[in-house]
Design a protein around this ligand. Structure first.
Ligand SMILES: Cc1ncc(COP(=O)(O)O)c(C=O)c1O
Length: 972
């Protein structure tokens, strides 16, 4: 037994005891639990269990070289000290990132509230109605502001959203292998980081980027689309109507990158004729965070509703005919479409979309317009004052951004920096200034002062009621927006707090019970890991601030990169990808770039096992690779013979293989080294999907199993919360030979020249602020603790497996009968024996107060359980008791004691309304329906809707808030 699990710490000094305090807070089972759980499994010790689970040939032989644990108190002190190395200047850099005021009611009740941030993606709609409602508000807000009928529930960042629009257009017009329309026009005045990303995404799939001036561009039938920015990179408001007509006349589509706040004043893209609008909702109350996380948005014309990337929330009805929300159009998910998927977006930015939606709910249309008007007026004031001082501006029509021409840049810069002001230094003679919601009158003095000689005192005039003279009348918004009651009701803090709470109450998150989602690692997101995110020295940093102001971030980035390299047994790391799937894409680009540097441009075949997550093949196709599927054996292992044959068949063109380890079936295949060897013998590279790293840390490593590159889902293994579907981070680690092929970024000129691969995220370090969570996780667990976390994840899974074995068929264990950190329960036999489907079991678990495990991945008709190390024995027992009780309910159907059609499983979940209704026609009791086990009476979670009807929703697709009458409850 490990010392740190003794609460009395008999062998430790006081200071060691203090430093190791966090470990038993993070890991659920205590010493007595551990003993009893091992007994159930039939093992004598934890190390015996690990020896029988993890193959000896891949075990890590020495301890991880990362620092020992810190207590929570030590960590908070440390991270505060590091934060002070960041210098918080007033930022007028703009370029897609603006300071904002997060209303405290939203900060406290959403951003800092585990009831919101520990939610999982709303796959179980019945216990997700709160965030679904909020995401529907987000979609409505985006749709209204952009003037386009359909919007999704967020994307990763503005750059990727633009790239998604480009590829959606490309795939719409180039359906066959033969590319008829290869060209995409990019206006020269779009954000540089967006341009960079478009280029990265275009090249592998054969898109030709043509950059130019939209005013003079000749668009013909070779173009499938175009992008313009509104207001543009330099803040100018351009009228794109005739350009859009030109592209349409040539048969192409137009995406406008835009700014939601400006659209309260400007004619929206939809009214100008655009097909798609994209952008970032960051300035709607989401802190800068040195680049993220923020929710990007994507709105489109109706004709694209079946090809929009990401998730869309739609309205349907439940089993009682009441209004119920759920994720619409699930058929587009990568799981189903795999290599035919047109996008690899899985994790997006749900939490931040919720914050942005709540910002609009709180301010309402008038509040938003007031904020926009104030910013525009301040900008006009600053602009005119600067012009009065003899400078010229590059544009006359602007909203919040102006560009000043000057030959005195260094003087102005020096003066600005003295006042702790960051301006955007575009080139040697152009300075950009972007104002935001936080700018006040005192700031205007400081700003103007940068352009004043030192002798004169700053003076300027401003009339609050003045006309906005620089918003062109031809592009002034006349249409109304956000007219739905939800955006016009919650003005007082009391109302707002209650609205947020009302939605939170409808959702089951980790603060109710365990969420045992296989492949998702819903572990503890500790409060001490989360707290620093709200601190100004982390949250108010602009991603393009000068490097000498961001030394705190640099420290975290360097340290975390080193720890991740140590944990993966790799040599270099890129923290740029902001989701797992984005990491896959970035990793595959490094492989591609490596082969090309060796002159092997033809190496494009990627072998992918049948059991792979759908994002794997989708990412491979995005990277311009050809997917060849490798079979699995009956026991779930990769079919090595099939692999050998395919590697030999494609030897000359082999780019590599994508494997998940332990496999998505939840086993450590002993054959893994043989597999990686075969790939290397044929000149390929091995990509390891790190979704299951929680079963590796400290015990083995991607570098030890023979991989060359892997991504790590920091929102799984490294404690970033799932936020109801994002944020996430998917950094990649690589062996030394791939280091120079990692993604670069325009903001960091050095990385551009050194690295062969372009940017994959809009910000250089993706969603940088949440890196703090993973950093905190590693520092507070320390080298011993991160390894113990893996061991206990394996213990917890095997304990549950052992408890359920015999009552349920457990699929895929290793030769010793052990699973890794997760296992698959086969529910298919019950279809025949009792007409019970996996979905019935999932929904019945809700009545027992639990979120269902992962359903039908990787095997249809099964559930995959991953308890994580953070759950204690009592919680694991409650979950097992629930499943065992459900097994008895199934048996009653099998034995003819319960009706096949009318039983607690088929009717699950049971709402309070149904259970307390005047009528009860079922053969089981109300108590059996709602309180099937004693523990449920102690902590009952009521679903707010009954089983959701997916087919109805897909047939009648409604993805924005509908009129108020439709919220009415159906007659009981
Ligand atoms: C095995 C596996 N690979 C890749 C992913 C994609 O990761 P992300 O959702 O962060 O894009 C997942 C997500 O659940 C996964 O389980």
């Amino acid at each position: 037994m490990r010392i740190f699990l003794h609460y009395k710490y008999p062998f430790m000094s006081f200071s060691e005891q203090q430093s190791n305090e966090f470990i038993p807070r993070h890991i659920g089972p205590n010493e007595a639990d551990t003993r009893s759980m091992l007994k159930t499994i039939g093992e004598n010790s934890l190390s015996d269990l690990i020896d029988k689970t993890v193959p000896a040939g891949i075990r890590m032989s020495k301890p991880l070289s990362i620092p020992p644990a810190m207590s929570e108190r030590e960590y908070l002190k440390h991270i505060n000290e590091v934060s002070l190395r960041n210098k918080v200047f007033a930022n007028y850099i703009g370029q897609g990132y603006y300071d904002t005021i997060t209303p405290s009611v939203i900060l406290r009740n959403i951003f800092e509230n585990p009831g919101w941030y520990t939610q999982y993606t709303p796959y179980q709609a019945e216990i997700s109605q709160g965030r679904l409602e909020s995401l529907l508000n987000f979609q409505t807000m985006v749709s209204d502001l952009t003037g386009l009928p359909i919007a999704n529930a967020s994307l990763l960042d503005e750059g990727t959203a633009a790239a998604e629009a480009m590829t959606m257009f490309f795939n719409t017009l180039n359906k066959q292998d033969h590319i008829e329309r290869p060209k995409f026009f990019v206006d020269k005045e779009i954000f540089p980081q967006t341009k960079d990303l478009l280029l990265t995404r275009a090249v592998p799939v054969g898109i030709e980027i043509a950059e130019g001036d939209y005013k003079t561009a000749a668009i013909d039938g070779a173009y499938f689309g175009a992008i313009v920015q509104y207001p543009n990179d330099k803040g100018a408001i351009e009228d794109y109507r005739s350009f859009i007509d030109k592209v349409h006349a040539a048969g192409g589509f137009v995406v406008m990158a835009t700014d939601l706040l400006s659209l309260t004043l400007l004619t929206p893209p939809g009214e100008l004729g655009a097909d798609v609008a994209v952008g970032s909702a960051q300035r709607f109350g989401v802190p800068l965070g040195y680049g993220g996380p923020h929710a990007a948005f994507f709105a489109a014309k109706d004709e694209f509703k079946r090809s929009i990337p990401g998730r869309i929330i739609g309205i349907s009805i439940d089993a009682q005919g009441n209004r119920a929300l759920r994720m619409a159009l699930q058929t587009r998910e990568q799981h189903i479409k795999r290599e035919k998927a047109t996008s690899n977006i899985c994790t997006a930015q749900a939490l931040l979309a919720n914050m942005a939606a709540m910002y609009a709910v709180y301010h309402g249309p008038d509040g938003l317009k007031n904020i926009a008007r104030r910013i525009a007026l301040y900008t006009q004031t600053v602009a005119e004052a600067i012009e009065e001082r003899g400078f010229t501006l590059t544009a006359d029509h602007y909203f919040d951004t102006i560009v000043v021409k000057t030959d005195k840049l260094s003087v102005i810069r020096e003066k600005a920096e003295r006042q702790q002001i960051n301006l955007r230094y575009i080139d040697n003679d152009h300075i950009g200034i972007s104002l935001d919601e936080t700018t006040d009158v005192a700031d205007l003095f400081d700003l103007i002062n940068c352009f004043e000689n030192d002798k004169d005192p700053v003076a300027f005039g401003m009339d609050q009621d003045a006309e906005l003279e620089h918003i062109p009348s031809a592009l002034t918004r006349t249409s109304s927006f956000l007219t739905h009651p939800v955006f016009n009701t919650h003005r007082s803090e009391s109302q707002m707090m209650r609205y947020i709470k009302q939605l939170e109450n409808k959702d089951l998150s980790l603060n109710t019970s365990m969420i045992s989602l296989g492949s998702c690692t819903m572990k503890l997101n500790a409060a001490s890991e989360m707290m620093p995110l709200s601190w100004a020295h982390w949250s108010k940093m602009h991603p393009f601030a000068p490097a000498n102001q961001a030394e705190g971030y640099k420290y975290i980035i360097d340290e975390l990169s080193n720890y991740l390299c140590e944990i993966t047994a790799f040599d270099a790391c890129s923290l740029q990808p902001n989701s797992g799937a984005q990491g896959e894409y970035a990793g595959l680009l490094t492989i591609k770039s490596y082969h090309e540097a060796n002159g092997d441009h033809h190496r494009k075949v990627m072998l992918i096992p049948i059991s792979a997550h759908g994002t794997n093949p989708a990412s491979a196709v995005m990277a311009g690779m050809k997917v060849v599927v490798v079979k699995a054996l009956e026991n779930g292992y990769i079919d090595v013979e099939d692999l050998k044959a395919k590697a030999a068949q494609y030897s000359n063109d082999l780019a590599g293989i994508m494997i998940t380890y332990p496999s998505t079936y939840g086993v450590y295949e002993e054959t893994v080294k043989e597999i990686t060897d075969i790939i290397h013998q044929h000149g390929g590279q091995v990509y390891m999907d790190g979704a299951n790293m929680n079963a590796q840390v400290g015990l083995t490593a991607p570098g030890l199993i023979g991989a060359d590159v892997c991504h790590l889902n920091l929102h799984k293994t490294f404690a970033i919360p799932h936020g109801g579907g994002g944020p996430g981070m998917g950094p990649i680690c690589v062996k030394a030979h791939l280091a120079k092929h990692l993604p670069g970024h325009t903001h960091n000129a050095e990385s551009k020249t050194q690295n062969a691969t372009g940017a994959v995220s809009a910000a250089p370090y993706g969603s940088a602020s949440i890196l703090l969570i993973s950093y905190g996780y590693i520092r507070m667990l320390g080298n011993e603790g991160v390894k113990a976390a893996t061991e206990y994840a394996i213990l917890n899974a095997n304990y549950m497996r052992a408890r359920l074995d015999g009552q349920y068929d457990i699929l895929y264990t290793n030769n010793n009968g052990q699973c890794a950190h997760e296992f698959i329960v086969d529910l298919r036999p019950f279809k025949k024996s009792a007409e019970v489907e996996a979905e019935d079991v999932a929904k019945r678990l809700i009545d027992y107060g639990f979120h269902a495990p992962t359903m039908s991945f990787p095997v249809p008709g099964t559930i995959m359980i991953e308890p994580t190390e953070s759950e204690d024995k009592a919680e694991l027992d409650r979950f097992c008791d629930a499943l065992l009780s459900i097994r008895e309910e199934i048996r009653a159907i099998e034995d003819g004691k319960s009706d096949k059609k009318d039983n607690a499983l088929k009717n699950a979940p049971h709402t309070q309304f149904v259970v307390t209704g005047n009528e009860w026609k079922h053969s089981y009791t109300r108590q059996e329906a709602a309180f099937p086990l004693y523990y449920v009476t102690l902590n009952k979670f009521w679903p707010s809707v009954a089983r959701v009807n997916n087919t109805h929703g897909d047939r009648h697709l409604i993805c924005t808030c509908e009129p108020v009458e439709s919220y009415m409850v159906a007659e009981a």
